[in-house]
Write a protein that binds this ligand. Structure first.
Ligand code: NDP
Length: 281
């Protein structure tokens, strides 16, 4: 099949070498016969101006953006979607005719696995751990999905207060960590959006808290491997979601924004699972 779509897209971040994105994006392009290469573009902060110039020059027709540059590219693009604006972060860039449009597909990626589980946003209580860039995207996604009772807990409580105030003080409450046990019995979704996940041994909360959650509660970690948080949740019989489906669904939405072609999501999920298994094996 030939679609007329060809060229390069890439992942901008620092570092990017660890990323699973090429492992599921490249097979997706190849399976549809698109002549597109998905590349890794390591970009220290000092090299952001050159990266912007490269995208504007037409050498590539799009990019993904990851840690730590999502906010910087939000400020640098010419236009951006309402979602990117709300999140204050861009993880997808579409380059056309020398202009750069930014979008945020993390928001979509986060919410898809919860819709697949039939999570009832309007009636259940959600607790989000963390108040950084990822937590902000999670909160925007939860608000869009209709969640009405959201609590944010963060090591630096003032950041939780600020993010709740800014996004929707009627639906988001900043909660001191010490109050988590009081709320546990009604917490149907507990999201780890801290950066603790990468270190397998540490935990963002007292694991005995998992014993207090309702029987159908979900523990969701944005990190796309088994973290201490997910392991502890599973040990106490709590259902879990890791960050791999979020990663794939954000990538699938990026793919569609770049190409205008429906993404082969199942193939992308399979490729991402295989790549992760190959790494941990
Ligand atoms: P930030 O650096 O912006 O925020 C980090 C957050 O973690 C802050 O709330 C910080 O609290 C908290 N934190 C860090 N260390 C500790 C600690 N020792 N104890 C308690 N809290 C701590 O990071 P991001 O928000 O950008 O990223 C968070 C995670 O989400 C990362 O692991 C990232 O890889 C993942 N992610 C996954 C995605 C996916 O597609 N699966 C997409 C986006 C992100 P404080 O404010 O007190 O410093």
């Amino acid at each position: 099949m030939s679609s007329g779509i060809a060229g390069r897209v890439g992942l901008i971040g620092d570092p990017v070498e660890h990323s699973l994105s090429p492992a599921f994006q490249q097979p997706a392009f190849d399976s549809l016969g698109l002549g597109v290469r998905y590349e890794l573009w390591p970009t220290p902060s000092a090299a952001i101006p050159q990266r912007l110039a490269m995208l504007r020059s037409g050498e590539a027709f799009g990019a993904n953006v990851t840690v730590p540059h999502k906010e910087a590219f939000y400020r640098a693009v010419d236009t951006c979607s309402a979602r990117a604006q709300r999140a204050g972060a861009v993880n997808t860039i579409i380059a056309r005719d020398g202009r750069l449009h930014g979008d945020n597909t993390d928001i979509h990626g986060f919410i898809v696995p919860l819709h697949e589980r039939g999570f009832s946003f309007a009636t259940r209580t959600v607790v989000v751990l963390g108040a950084g860039g990822a937590a902000r995207g999670v909160l925007v996604a939860l608000l869009e999905a209709g969640a009405t009772r959201i609590h944010v807990v963060n090591r630096t409580h003032e950041r939780a207060v600020a993010i709740a105030q800014e996004l929707d003080p009627a639906r988001i409450t900043a909660l001191p960590q010490a109050q988590l046990p009081r709320l546990a019995a009604q917490t149907a979704l507990l999201v780890n959006a801290t950066s603790i996940g990468w270190a397998d041994t540490s935990l963002p909360l007292d694991p005995t808290l998992f014993t207090l959650l309702p029987g159908d509660a979900i523990a969701y970690d944005l990190t796309y491997r088994t973290t201490g948080f997910l392991r502890a949740a599973a040990e106490f019989g709590v259902s879990t979601i890791d960050g791999l489906p979020m990663l794939v669904h954000q990538g699938a939405r990026s793919f569609e924004l770049w190409t205008g072609v429906p993404a082969p999501v199942d193939l992308m999920l399979q490729a991402a699972h295989a790549a992760r298994a190959a790494r941990s094996g």
